[in-house]
Every structure is written in structure tokens, then in C-alpha cells.
Unconditional design. Structure first.
Length: 252
């Protein structure tokens, strides 16, 4: 069980068991996840989990008890009790009255008032951080998280009419079901990827990579993560599955 919102959608649900990860790679298994979060893009929950299904929290628990998505919850049991009797989803599904009673005991308005009263103060570690002075943000040139993007330094307040695009080349030919995550992933950073190699060169260990989403304030990482989704299929890259753009241009 994890928190709300985007907790699982960028890999924060944690790694797979090492033995399972090896089996997936060696036997080319198709793993599935059932989650009640807000994203089910390919490789968004975990690079090795291909199929991700969105469901209500109750169904997430039900599939977790069953241990598989290859099941008909209306006819097959989730498991068996201590007496060997099959237990079906209908036996566990709570009534509206039971949910209402639980909500009355679990949801306390005073809790929200107390927690949000000091929300802007932050915790102890936040309050102890040094705060730069000055009207402008103090950019740290050594930061691997936040960098000043150079392409914003020469913007004018006056709009410039669009010009013709000349000499452009195709970078990717993609099929159906292409998501924003295929173009700019938010999940884990592979150590052997351009972004991963960039971070390693700057002394960041793979255990501290975090995610593309957490490092989206650094254009150097994000531009190296373009089309870095492990499930991307680029027709210009010989149809192989995985991150990357064509390694050579026509005629080279």
C-alpha cells in the first residue's frame, strides 16, 4: 500500500523481486499490475511491467488476493479459507452502508484542519534549509536537479513571426497508442541510458538517480530522456522495442 496521487505512476512502488526480474528478462514474461492511481502508461509503473490496469481500490485488493489478473472475479474464487471453502469477491465486497459507516470513523474534519493549518510552514528539515536572498533565483551550476535552460535566455517580449522549417529530418515514425510518456518519460532512469550516463559522469550513483519526473527541472537530463521509454517502437530504428532514435541518418 502506498500513498495517493502519483505515488506509483513513476516507479515509486519500488523494484521487483530480483528473481522475478531475471525471469522476466530471460523468459520474456508479460507482467501485469492493477492500480488505483492515475497513470497506466507502458513502463510508467515499472519498466518490466508491460500491462497496467486502472481499477477501484477494492478491485486492487481483490486482484492482489487472487495474485493474478487471469481470473474471472464473478465466477472464480479469490482463494480458500482455513476450512478449504472457496472465497469469492461477492463474499468480501462491502455494502454501501458498511462503507458509509467506515467513512464516519475514518474521516475526521479536525484532522484536516490540524494538518493544513501548518502546511505552509513545512517540517523541521524544510525550515532549517538556507534560503538565498535576492529578487532572482540563485542558480547552482553544480545542481543535477535544477538548471537554468539556455533557450529561455534570449526571448524577446515581442513575438516573432514563425519561419519556414528547412533541412529538418525525421527522428521517429511511431505507431498507434503513443502517449506523452513515450515522448518524454517520467519514470526510472536506466544507468546505460544517455541521461543515466550523464548523471554518472557527474558523480550521481544509480541508486540516487530518482526519476525523469523528479529531474524535469534540468534540461540536460530531460533532453537526453527524449523518446527514452523502454517500450517505444520507432520504425526508423529497425522496428526494435526500446528507447532511442535512429543511430544514423539516410546516406550516412
Amino acid at each position: 500500500m502506498v500513498g495517493y496521487g502519483c505515488a506509483t505512476c513513476i516507479g515509486n512502488s519500488g523494484p521487483l523481486v530480483a528473481a522475478l526480474e531475471r525471469a522476466v528478462k530471460e523468459q520474456k514474461l508479460v507482467l501485469a499490475a492493477v492500480l488505483s492511481g492515475n497513470r497506466n502508461f507502458e513502463a510508467r509503473i515499472h519498466p518490466l511491467v508491460r500491462a497496467n490496469y486502472l481499477a477501484s481500490p477494492l478491485l486492487v485488493v481483490a486482484y492482489a488476493l487472487a495474485g493474478t489478473v487471469d481470473i474471472d472475479l464473478t465466477r472464480e474464487p479469490l482463494g480458500y479459507d482455513t476450512f478449504g471453502k472457496p472465497v469469492f469477491l461477492a463474499d468480501l465486497w462491502p455494502s454501501v452502508a458498511e462503507l458509509a459507516e467506515l467513512a464516519q470513523t475514518a474521516l475526521n474534519p479536525e484532522l484536516f484542519v490540524r494538518e493544513y493549518a501548518a502546511a505552509l510552514e513545512g517540517g523541521g528539515a524544510w525550515r532549517e534549509m538556507a534560503v538565498p536572498t535576492g529578487a532572482l533565483f540563485a542558480w547552482d551550476p553544480e545542481s543535477t536537479y535544477v538548471q537554468e535552460p539556455p533557450f529561455l535566455g534570449h526571448l524577446s517580449l515581442q513575438s516573432v513571426p514563425p519561419a519556414d522549417v528547412s533541412g529538418a529530418r525525421v527522428l521517429a515514425i511511431l505507431g498507434d497508442s503513443v502517449t506523452t510518456d513515450h515522448i518524454s518519460p517520467a519514470g526510472s532512469i536506466a544507468p546505460d541510458s544517455p541521461a543515466g550516463l550523464f548523471l554518472i559522469e557527474r558523480g550521481v550513483q544509480p541508486a540516487d538517480f530518482n526519476t525523469y519526473g523528479a529531474r524535469r527541472g534540468n534540461h540536460e537530463v530531460l533532453m537526453r530522456g527524449t523518446f527514452a521509454n523502454i517500450r517505444l517502437r520507432n520504425a526508423m530504428a529497425d522496428g526494435r522495442e526500446g528507447a532511442g532514435l535512429p543511430t544514423s541518418r539516410p546516406g550516412n
